[in-house]
Design a protein around this ligand. Sequence first.
Ligand SMILES: [Zn+2]
Length: 107
Amino acid sequence: MVDIRDLACFGRPARLVWNKRRWRCTEPDCDAKTWTEISPHVSSRTVLTRRAGAEACRQVGANARPVAGLAQELGACWWTVMEAVKEHGTPSSRPGVASVWSPSSAS
Ligand SMILES: [Zn+2]
């Protein structure tokens, strides 16, 4: 079971519980042997859905909202939101503006 945070819904944090299945290959020569389910909607690096992470990045980068505020809104910790900002954004190239991130066009 993996606890995932999605975009806030009606002003409240949205929590998804994902019953992540583990798969096993019965082929003796298999290199993978076991693996867990992955989803294109959820990054393996964070507990936020991609859309929640991308929106958090946009809010921090474009709207200059504090990471702490978004963490509260999403029901996630500060580090989770900061990780999402780093994953979805690219550091500002403007000198001296190291803390500003802009959403990347990918994902
Ligand atoms: Zn296999």
